[in-house]
Ligand binder design. Sequence first.
Ligand code: MG
Length: 162
Amino acid sequence: MTMRVGSGHDTHRLAEGRPLILGGAIIPHAKGLVGHSDADAVLHAVTDALLGAAALGDIGDAYPDTDPKWKGADSRLFLTETIAKLNQLGWKPVNVDVTIFAEEPKLGPVKSAIKSSLAHLLGVPADCVNVKAKTGEKVGHIGRGEAIGCHAVVLIERDVGS
Ligand code: MG
């Protein structure tokens, strides 16, 4: 097997009147993330990490936020299409480790829901997905509860013969 590692990062602003979706899971909260798509910062970071591992550019190249086609888009589509693209090249995800930065809501109670959703979308066992949560220590845009950020690292593999 050949293996490659990739990393991704994303941040979106929090605002009232939007659903909060992280890693494809709907999280009960008074505010949600703002963006051209559904603004799922976790799926955007994971998608970017997969694209990075396969040396396929970034999510902005694949799904430009200037394209009305992606307005309000379900970010699960970005991830599943990206995995299909990698599969065509012989790559499949091995494991993913994400760190979510959020002052609010408290993510401890919802980490397992995010983990299950990511495992399902990536097509990997649950023990190949890890979700960590950090606050912003009351500092900066995340610490003031104005935004949520995510950092993701993924490993992908393919047969040497592919
Ligand atoms: Mg984004």
